[in-house]
Design a protein around this ligand. Sequence first.
Ligand SMILES: [Zn+2]
Length: 283
Amino acid sequence: MKIFMLWDMEGVSGLFTREHVWFWEPGTRDEIAEEGRKLLVADVNSAVAAALDAGVDELIVCDTHHGGGNIRLPEMLSDPRVTYLQKSRGIQDGKLRWLPGLDESVDGFLVPGHHARAGTPGAFLPHTWMLEWEDFRINGQSVGEMGIEACFAGHWGIPVILAQGDEHACREAEGMFPGIVTACVKHATGRDTCEGPDAATARRLTAEKVAQAVARLRAGGCQPFQPALPMTVAIRMASVEKAEAAAQRPGVARLDDRTVEARVARHCDVVKWIVNTGLDIES
Ligand SMILES: [Zn+2]
């Protein structure tokens, strides 16, 4: 069994403030950003150990938060069965692509450390890819980053087996991916803050859920996320200017002042038309 764990950071165990995770924002203290990064590393190591204990033969771990760069190899659990990708873009078969290694050889897709989609009331740091995307829809269904990533994995028919994050992220995942196991490790107390069990407790919960997810995958209880093709993908932008710029891209239609739309023939092209991220991309 081979699985692919795609880590974001907002939903990591024991991470409770915006400053711990949106470290590029002005005024962020380095030591707080480093605390956040250490929480990510500890959570990844714990979940990886849980997956190996559950009998996974091969595991790809990808750091996607802000494009990656948050995990450092010397700090990671070292095991010949585990491959770490420090960036979400990389080379496979000589070509630059998004999430290298995600292909027909992968049996299950996990989205730990995640957050709810843009506009989710009461969620911790809800957003979808970038703050200027107010609403992202596939065939009319509003989805967040988990939906976009799962759709990409759907290209190879890979089922989504686990999500970890705040209660809203978990509810979002359960609504979209039948059979998914969720690890709810926090709930928001405001848009920028949340609370929950301490990091060690949350890691133990997540480890149990990873084992459950692997067992459910083995039993055939999980499904890929595969919206009907061709897909209509629409984005409502935060500003008219952003919509205007996006509408200049080839094949992109302007639906109204702030909304653009494209039609794509493959699940792996879900965001290629707007951010040139997918398969066979140019650097
Ligand atoms: Zn994210």
